[in-house]
Write a protein that binds this ligand. Structure first.
Ligand SMILES: Nc1ncnc2c1ncn2[C@@H]1O[C@H](COP(=O)(O)OP(=O)(O)O)[C@@H](O)[C@H]1O
Ligand SMILES: [Mg+2]
Length: 344
């Protein structure tokens, strides 16, 4: 563990030295965009080291820099280029813990992981790393992808999502190489790396007939997970944890179950979504009771529908009726879908 801590320290020091050199070069060359880019990279490196406050200070300073001579050519440094540009997509996120409603268990685990990563430097002085390889599982629409964005937002790191369609290469042998490039990127570009629909990687079935190739991908992934010591966070999300075997689960530092919302969580979600419009707590609870069985995503959509009704009727205030109707409609949609899929 001590070896891990010190190799991380060296990695960060090298990264900082490299960024500072870029800062100086950009300054000397009058390259405003380059200067901004390097400064933001420094902020990301500090975030990854758990120095969230320093990172936020840096970002604030960058935001107040006069807009550069090379306007229009400002690139989001969070977005990788080259080979990986097609595979990784994303950028900086504004989501915070206050934007997500979760069961007590999931919320406290998420909060704890954020705290650990913010305290990275102190933990490393004890030869310990924050937990940074996370598996999120649960039914669709319960906030797994959102939680990855919240992690990124809270840590001040970009969220980079692995695009599965581009990852699974048409070229034999290339997919495992893509996976290797992603892991090597993790060392150079601190971020939250999200492997959504992770079961398709861990299982890697159905994408090709060449089973040997697919097994290589899964094996490469697990080996890289084992040896990864990067400053990045890895989030794997899946709706089908039953498809993963124990060897896969074992690789993660934390496994977080995302449950379907109960009445209390649905009430919170309604209040959160309708914060601007303002909603009576009693009405929020009535909507939540109607919405029992819906996912967070379905309930969020019902709230949006209620706002649509209000706006289309040229009203300034959301009524109980708007909300109840929207939730009844969401319920009906849910029932129709279960019929369609042959479920009770
Ligand atoms: N737990 C939650 N708290 C607040 N909003 C949520 C939650 N879960 C889902 N949503 C809403 O539904 C949308 C889709 O959810 P998502 O995170 O993609 O679910 P999953 O990845 O679990 O399928 C989110 O962007 C958000 O608007
Ligand atoms: Mg998702």
């Amino acid at each position: 563990m001590l070896r891990v801590a010190s190799s991380q320290g060296i990695l960060l020091a090298t990264m900082r030295a490299d960024i500072i050199r870029q800062l100086i070069e950009a300054h000397a060359g009058g390259n405003d965009a380059g200067f901004r880019k390097a400064a933001l990279q420094l902020a990301a490196a500090e975030s990854a080291a758990g120095h969230t406050r320093i990172a936020e200070d840096l970002r604030r300073q960058v935001a107040t820099l006069p807009s550069g001579r090379s306007r229009g050519s400002v690139v989001d440094i969070a977005q990788p280029r080259g080979d990986l540009a097609e595979i990784l997509e994303g950028g900086h996120r504004d989501e915070r813990l206050r934007d997500i409603v979760l069961s007590e268990g999931a919320k406290s685990e998420l909060t704890r992981v954020i705290k650990e990563n913010r305290s990275r430097a102190s933990l490393e002085r004890h030869g310990i790393q924050p937990r940074r390889k996370l598996l999120f599982h649960g039914v669709p629409g319960c906030g797994k992808t959102l939680a990855a964005a919240v992690l990124a937002g809270e840590m001040g790191l970009p969220l980079l999502t692995v695009r599965l369609a581009s990852l699974f290469s048409r070229f034999l042998g290339a997919t495992a190489n893509h996976v290797r490039s992603i892991f090597s990127e993790m060392g150079q570009r601190p971020a939250v790396y999200l492997f959504d629909e992770f079961d398709s990687i861990a299982q890697a079935r159905g994408q090709s007939n060449d089973v040997g190739e697919l097994r290589r991908v899964a094996t490469a992934f697990l080996q890289l997970m084992d040896t990864d010591e990067s400053p990045s966070l890895i989030v794997a999300a899946t709706n089908h944890p039953e498809l993963l075997d124990r060897a896969v689960f074992r690789r993660f530092d934390a496994v977080v179950p995302f449950e379907a919302p109960r009445e209390a969580q649905l009430t919170q979600l309604v209040q959160l979504r309708l914060k601007v419009q303002g909603i009576d707590p009693q009405v929020a609870r009535a909507a939540a009771r109607l919405g029992l069985g819906l996912s967070y995503a379905d309930a969020a959509r019902a709230c949006d529908d209620a706002i649509r009704s209000m706006v289309l009727d040229h009203r300034e205030r959301l009524t109980e009726d708007d909300l109840i109707r929207a939730f009844e409609a969401a319920r009906r949609r849910g029932d129709e879908q279960s019929e369609f899929h042959g479920r009770p």
